[in-house]
Structure formats: structure tokens, C-alpha cells
Design a protein around this ligand. Sequence first.
Ligand SMILES: Cc1cc2nc3c(=O)[nH]c(=O)nc-3n(C[C@H](O)[C@H](O)[C@H](O)COP(=O)(O)OP(=O)(O)OC[C@H]3O[C@@H](n4cnc5c(N)ncnc54)[C@H](O)[C@@H]3O)c2cc1C
Ligand code: FES
Length: 285
Amino acid sequence: MTAGPGGGRLAPLALPGPVAPTWDHAEVVGHHPVGDRYHRMRLKAPTIAAAARAGQFVMVTIPDATGTRAVLPRPMAIHRRLPGEGCVDIVYGVQGAGTRAMTGTGIGTRVQIVGPLGVGFALSPDTTGLLLVGRGIGVCSVTTSAEDAVRAGVEVTAVVSGRGPDALVGSGDHRELGVRRLIEVTDRDGSSAPDALAARLRRTLDAAPPQQIFTCGSERLAEMCARLADRWGARVQVSLEAHMACGLGYCHGCATAARTAADESPLICADGPVFELRPAERAHG
Ligand SMILES: Cc1cc2nc3c(=O)[nH]c(=O)nc-3n(C[C@H](O)[C@H](O)[C@H](O)COP(=O)(O)OP(=O)(O)OC[C@H]3O[C@@H](n4cnc5c(N)ncnc54)[C@H](O)[C@@H]3O)c2cc1C
Ligand code: FES
């Protein structure tokens, strides 16, 4: 167990055995800019589209065709699964050389992707209300949970947070997936500040609080989720980011700093990226 946002403790989720990852030379069948800072890529990857569970990710090798020889693949959340079309969607922001090169990937290019990887979000069978809180590109990690929860008849409230209206990711996806309560907040009008957002969520959800909260993309919002969970008696799961060289549990480059009874630090790629966030006072219980 390791320290998490708000002094809470992170614990690996106990889930059924992981789906064996596979790889695809996936054809790019869609690729376009989203808002003022992101790009959306649709990849033909039937095996991964059929197997991916909520909150999992893929490792994307930057194609040689971009002219960039990037040795290590890049982790990207599976934002949408479209098994009927045999496709997955990823949405990415330009961070460095790899993601900048990705913007030059043309339709028809084949991209090597490995997945589905990692332990994703676990929706409990007794959950009737779910709060999703995503910030920036972090929204992409929770969209698949919105899909599963709506399908299971769970009442979903989704918060989409970004710097400004053009930096909001995934609002259209949430609507398309049937999320009826969507809360968009931005830094520009101050509505994304954790205190303001928490007050709004208390007003909206105190009467019928969610049993589970899933979050990704902001430590401050994860802390806010932990505080709301204390108030509501809810459980929180958080998806974490780390630099990943392999994404497969081999290199140990993504190990958290924590030591456990087994003397092994949890790996964010293989034990996560989703962890349960437990309140500090219950960390040893
Ligand atoms: C589980 C997971 C899911 C992710 N999902 C998304 C997503 O859906 N959309 C998105 O835009 N980004 C996502 N990221 C972050 C994304 O992987 C990095 O932004 C990307 O690897 C940066 O590559 P680069 O070559 O542009 O940057 P550079 O800084 O040039 O990368 C150099 C090296 O550092 C690694 N690296 C740099 N920043 C990060 C980071 N924040 N996280 C992990 N590795 C990093 C790269 O893999 C690469 O090996 C995710 C990260 C993780 C761990
Ligand atoms: S990235 Fe290699 S072990 Fe996690």
C-alpha cells in the first residue's frame, strides 16, 4: 500500500485474472484534432476492442512513417471500445516528441499497439450511483466506466474538467453513452476549483449519494473525491499515471515507492493503473 492523494492510501484492486494482452498492427481509420489541444485517433484493433475492460490502456508504438524513431511505446487510455466496428479510440495531447510525431500519422497507416493492459476500474454489483470525475485527458480513463455503468442501470454523474471550454474532453461521448447528469467545469470561470466543485456536488448528490467514485487526471480532484467519499460513505478508485517503458510488468520502471509485506512495490502498469484510494485512518484496517 502506498501514499495517495490527500494522505489516503492506495491499495491494488482485487479483480478476476487479467485478460491476456495481445498486439495488433492496427490501421488508423480516423484521426482528427479535438478542441484546442487534443487529437482523437480511431484504430482498427478487433481483438483489443472485444477484450478491453473499463479503465484499461494500450501501449502505442510511434510509427516509423512519422519519421521519428521512438524506441519506447507510449501508454494511452482506451477511451472508447467499438467492438461492433472492431475499433478502439484514443485521445491524446501533445506532450513531447512521441505524441508530436503521432499527430503526423495519416489515415491508413498501421500502428503497433499492445493491450488491453492493466487493472481497470471495478464497478461493484451493489452500486446504484456512480460519480465519475475526470480532468483533461484523464477523462479518457473513465469513459468506458460510464458505458458499463449506464448499461448496468447505474445512475451516473460525470464531471468533465478542463482549463477552458475548448479543453474539455469527452462530453459528447458521455452524452452518447447515455450519461444523463453531465457537469462541465473550467478554470476559466472558476467552476473547476475543488471547493466550488465539491459544494456543487454536495448540492446535487447529498440527497442520493453515489456508492462509488472513479477519478483520473488531477490529484486535487482526487483529494476532493476522498473528502466527498468520507461524507457519503462511498468508495474511491483512482487511475494513476507514470512513465512506462514496457507497460507489461517487466521493467519495474513504474514501481510506486511503497514497500509491502511481500517486499514488492506495486507496479502502476500491472497492479494498476487503477487503485482503491483508502482513507489514511483506515489504511491499516
Ligand atoms: C495508463 C496511462 C494512460 C495514459 N493515457 C493517456 C491518454 O489517454 N492520452 C494522453 O494524451 N496521454 C495519456 N497518458 C500519458 C502519455 O502516455 C504521455 O503523455 C506520453 O507517453 C508522452 O510521450 P511523448 O513522447 O510525447 O513525451 P516525452 O516526454 O517525449 O516522452 C518521453 C518518455 O517519457 C514517457 N512519458 C512522458 N510523460 C509521461 C506520462 N505523463 N506518463 C507516462 N509516460 C510518460 C514516454 O512514454 C516516453 O517513453 C497516459 C499515461 C498512462 C500511464
Ligand atoms: S512500465 Fe515496465 S513494469 Fe510497468
